[in-house]
Design a binder for this molecule. Structure first.
Ligand code: BGC
Length: 251
């Protein structure tokens, strides 16, 4: 039996949405993508989100999950590393619920992507501790233990060698500094060895746009833990947000 849920994935450049059958992980109809409004202010992002939800045209009781690049505690966005500072301590879930007139579940973007990969993608049905990392503008992380998400791990902000890790090892930093994959892999090695030492995971997943080029850098890493590319690519955030919104509320 199909169960429908809406997933929205808010990023620095685009806001994507889709209607998902969360029993199978398949999209129902077209996905929609709209450019993120300049400045990334909450009101403008809520307006775009409302437009996407309207265009998807699902029944008004369809659950909605919104993936967002911040730690989220009881619907409040806690950080704003790469977005407008107004999101720090902002009651995002409540505000979006008022703007859309519907119940919303806000979820960290990497948590959504990691959950989707365990439910439908590269780590389908894997037990033990799966750590997803997304290498993009920043570094996002997700812990999924025996299929259960432990939210808000924020391992992109581990301090390593005196630096906020994502400012050295994210994919955008590699591009900005114009360093080779081999040089970037040295930084990734430092990063993943540290995370491995702290948490002894059973599997690392690597997502973010750059995971399409995984053969350029994953083989250069030397870890005890298997490390594999995510497979859902830019669909992961939408799928995970939709799947989590379908489940029991956590607050
Ligand atoms: C944010 C995380 C987010 C990650 C990837 C980090 O800067 O703090 O919440 O998951 O970027 O977007």
């Amino acid at each position: 039996m199909s169960r429908l849920s809406i997933g929205i994935d808010i990023g620095g450049t685009g806001i994507k949405g889709g209607l998902v059958d969360v029993a199978s992980g398949e999209f129902v109809g077209e996905r929609i993508r709209i450019l993120t409004p300049e400045g990334g202010e909450p009101e403008d992002i809520a307006t775009v989100t409302r437009d996407i939800v309207e265009q998807l045209g699902a029944p008004s009781n369809t659950p909605i999950g919104v993936a967002f690049p911040s730690a989220i505690r009881h619907g409040v966005t806690m950080l704003a590393a790469n977005i407008s500072q107004r999101w720090i301590g902002f009651e995002a879930e409540k505000f979006f619920e008022e703007q859309l007139g519907r119940e919303i579940l806000f979820i960290n973007d990497a948590d959504a992507a990691g959950f989707a990969e365990v439910k439908f993608g590269a780590a389908k049905d894997r037990d033990g501790l799966v750590i997803m990392t997304t290498l993009g503008t920043g570094i996002g992380s997700a812990f999924i233990y025996d299929g259960v998400l432990i939210p808000n791990t924020e391992l992109g902000h581990l301090e390593i060698d005196g630096y906020d890790a994502e400012t050295r090892a994210s994919a955008v930093v590699r591009e900005r500094e114009g360093i080779s994959y081999a040089d970037w892999a040295v930084r990734l090695q430092r990063y993943y060895s540290h995370v491995e030492m702290l948490f002894s995971p059973d599997l690392f997943l690597v997502g973010g746009g750059v995971s399409k080029s995984h053969d350029q850098f994953l083989p250069l890493l030397n870890l005890r833990t298997p490390i594999i590319p995510a497979t859902l690519l830019n669909r992961a955030g939408i799928l995970g947000a939709a799947a989590l919104a379908d489940g029991p509320r956590h607050h």
